[in-house]
Design a protein around this ligand. Structure first.
Ligand code: XMP
Length: 317
């Protein structure tokens, strides 16, 4: 079905995909890696409609998600009758990231930890089918060389062609993001999911400059809660907190301290290719700064980032 048709006949799209998944997978098992993002959530519900208990849904808890995210996603899916296994791989991710400060090395370490942990789950499940939330933009960006190859099976070292009958099922590969959101809504996913802000695969690791340790991730996670809460009424395209690697002098209890620096990043964008800073009211900005310095331990300074994309990117690594 063509992309535009999806918007006018979303019920038909769902029906067709559910039938197609059922036909492809037959009586075999399939596995889905759920992140809680709109793409993987949509695919998981479509596949569950087609396969029921033949589908295994796993959430890789890498220790880098936002506050309460794994449990919240599992709860939402439980409400839809879908069991999600949360696989705790925190130690593996932090071990992979230990001592790394170079942005590309951090991204590589994250990718490697993801492929090895998810690869293990795929092999353990003995499922010959992998449901993947590839969307049209992923394929285009891979062809353009912007993204690394999107095919997870190949990344985890399983050649879909040569491997023992391994197949990738990509029910939304013809859709663009706004169309996926329409399908997600129709499938009964809550607004929290279908209108979810983009959140990068490497999660909070993209927002911790310097070494990614559990303590530093906890700090940026706590600041993120405040930023998301305060800017929610403005409905930005994306908003988050970033922890810098440097420190700044502050005053606490009449004493000079040397604390962390948090950057607030909030942008408006259509497709994430270009972006503009959100015109956040000054009172909201100062309230965020006050809350972050008061509620997050060891933060002495907060700044609001004003750079559009380009020349900056949205994320910091
Ligand atoms: P940048 O930082 O390149 O980000 O301007 C553009 C959009 O992509 C998201 N992003 C990622 N998403 N894996 C993802 O799934 C990644 O490695 C990644 N890096 C950036 C970013 O949040 C923004 O929406």
């Amino acid at each position: 079905m063509g992309e535009r048709e999806v918007l006018v006949n979303v019920k038909k799209f769902i029906e067709t995909q559910v039938e197609e998944i059922g036909r492809t997978v037959g009586k075999a098992k399939a596995i889905s890696a759920l992140s809680g993002g709109v793409d993987s959530s949509t695919c998981t519900v479509l596949a569950h409609r087609a396969l029921g208990s033949q589908l295994k849904s796993v959430f890789i808890d890498n220790g880098l998600m936002r506050a309460g995210e794994p449990q919240e996603v599992a709860k939402i899916f439980k409400g839809l009758g879908i069991t999600v296994d949360i696989v705790n791989t925190k130690n593996e991710f932090f071990a992979a990231l230990k001592g790394k400060t170079d942005p590309e090395e951090k991204r590589k370490a994250f990718r490697y930890a993801f492929y090895s942990s998810f690869g293990r789950e795929v092999l353990k499940s003995k499922a010959p089918f992998l449901v993947q939330g590839t969307i049209a933009a992923d394929i285009i960006e891979t062809q353009m060389g912007v993204k690394t190859q999107h095919n997870i099976l190949e990344q985890i070292g399983i050649d879909p062609e040569k491997g023992f009958g391994f197949k990738v099922v990509e029910p939304i590969k013809e859709l663009f993001k706004h169309e996926v959101r329409v399908v997600a809504k129709e499938l009964g996913l809550p607004e929290k999911i279908y209108n979810r802000m983009p959140f990068p695969g490497p999660a909070l690791a993209t927002r911790v400059i310097g070494e990614v340790t559990p303590e530093r991730v906890a700090l940026v996670r706590a600041a993120t809660v405040i930023v998301e809460e305060e800017v929610a009424p403005l409905k930005p395209f994306q908003a988050f907190a970033v922890l810098l690697a440097d420190k700044g002098t502050g005053i606490s209890g009449g004493k000079r301290t040397f604390g962390n620096i948090i950057i607030i990043r909030s942008v408006e964008s259509k497709d994430a290719m270009t972006a503009e800073p959100t015109p956040i009211p000054f009172e909201t900005l100062t309230r965020m700064a006050k809350r972050i310095t008061e509620e997050v331990p060891d933060v002495s300074r907060v700044a609001y980032e004003l750079t559009p994309k380009p020349p900056a990117t949205i994320e910091y690594i």
